[in-house]
Design a protein around this ligand. Structure first.
Ligand SMILES: [Zn+2]
Ligand SMILES: [Zn+2]
Length: 175
């Protein structure tokens, strides 16, 4: 898959960008005190002029569907199976509460996903066609492309980084 590349180059200049696969955890702090975990994705930020990590957008419809499926599973025939999967007891309820908080966040969110480096929005999704060419045009006027992954390359392991954000994706200062 061409999307697995870790290095981005430009067809027009000597730009080099690196996609970091570091395990970043996003924690959104809701006004009611709840904390919702979110995901990061690699993206292109025009403000940074670089490959960056950005928020992954939350889709209310997808989250609602997950909640519906948990609710119907609990009421229906699959209760026991679900309980098994989630470790029995009231784990399903916890899972549903987590999703409900996530849905609340998705519904209150007004701005598009932000760059986690500079905080600006919007960012552009990094996607590549079958030739590894992205639809992002660099400042030099040519397109960026992904360099196929070197399978023998040394893999770096990063400690997970936790980033605290408000519901609009602005970084919260550590208190
Ligand atoms: Zn360029
Ligand atoms: Zn940026």
């Amino acid at each position: 898959m061409s999307t697995s590349c870790s290095h981005i180059r430009c067809h027009g200049c000597d730009f080099k960008g690196v996609i970091h696969h570091s395990p970043t955890i996003l924690q959104y702090h809701l006004p009611n005190g709840q904390i919702v975990e979110g995901y990061r994705r690699s993206a292109w930020c025009s403000s940074c002029g670089d490959v960056t990590e950005a928020e992954k957008s939350l889709e209310p419809a997808t989250i609602q569907a997950e909640i519906d499926s948990i609710n119907s599973s609990h009421l229906g025939f699959f209760t026991r199976i679900l309980k098994k999967v989630l470790g029995g007891g009231d784990a399903w309820r916890e899972e549903r509460d987590k999703l409900t908080a996530k849905l609340l966040l998705a519904q209150m969110r007004r701005s598009p996903p932000r760059c986690l480096r500079c905080g600006n929005a919007p960012v552009h999704t990094l996607a590549f066609d079958e030739n590894g060419i992205s639809d992002i045009v660099h400042s030099c006027g040519r397109r960026l492309y992904g360099v196929p992954e070197d399978r023998d390359a040394t893999r770096l392991f990063y400690k997970p980084v936790v980033i605290a954000l408000d519901p609009e994706g602005h970084r919260l200062c550590p208190s």
